[in-house]
Design a protein around this ligand. Structure first.
Ligand SMILES: CC(=O)SCCNC(=O)CCNC(=O)[C@H](O)C(C)(C)COP(=O)(O)OP(=O)(O)OC[C@H]1O[C@@H](n2cnc3c(N)ncnc32)[C@H](O)[C@@H]1OP(=O)(O)O
Length: 166
């Protein structure tokens, strides 16, 4: 089987990440992001690479002192079910621990995958009202989804909110 490696993303990977993302944006599975937003988030991404091509990606977005979100996790179709997604999430978890984050959030349709990675569904808000009132000031649409704000509800329909303690 062809080997793959997981490494921090570089700016030269961003167009390939956009190409992985686009079909899932069309199907309303993942949130669309302009290229400039992806470039600005280069340091948040890790990629899986095989034969010089990006075959998977995932990002870690810090939201608060103890809290970050796993986002934009995608594995190319011909590489599914070969452990690539698991390795990307493990790398993002290592990055989170190094940053001092102790809780990881995700919003996903891939509930079984994230359950096997130790995430569990949550119903309630997991930040106290004081932190909530600060997070609400973020212009980031993913943070708005985390807060379950009314203007992003159409994006989150059918998604499950999940959390893992590191
Ligand atoms: C927070 C967010 O970003 S939500 C968005 C999530 N992404 C999407 O919805 C986009 C579409 N989905 C995908 O891209 C993929 O299905 C992902 C990213 C969810 C999962 O990626 P994959 O690389 O297929 O996952 P991975 O292979 O690591 O694990 C899935 C299962 O495949 C099987 N598997 C793992 N390795 C192998 C292998 N070598 N051979 C055969 N099967 C395997 C196992 O059942 C594994 O579960 P396990 O790790 O508990 O054993």
């Amino acid at each position: 089987m062809t080997e793959f490696l997981v490494r921090p993303a570089r700016t030269a990977d961003i167009v390939q990440i956009r190409d992985l993302l686009e079909p899932y944006v069309q199907r309303r599975i993942l949130l669309g992001k302009d290229l400039v937003v992806l470039y600005e988030a280069t340091h948040e991404f890790v990629v899986a690479e095989a034969e010089g091509r990006v075959i998977g990606c995932g990002a870690l977005h810090v939201m608060w002192e103890d809290l970050a979100e796993v986002r934009t996790l995608i594995v190319r179709d011909d590489w599914l079910h070969r452990g690539v997604g698991r390795r990307i999430v493990e790398r993002l978890e290592d990055n989170a621990r190094e940053l001092g984050v102790t809780r990881l959030f995700c919003l996903t349709f891939e509930v079984d995958f994230f359950t096997r990675r130790g995430f569990a569904p949550i119903a309630e808000q997991i930040v106290d009202p004081d932190v909530y009132s600060q997070l609400v000031r973020s212009p980031d649409e993913g943070v708005a989804e985390f807060l379950d704000l009314a203007h992003v509800k159409p994006n989150t329909l059918g998604n499950t909110r999940m959390l893992k303690r590191l």
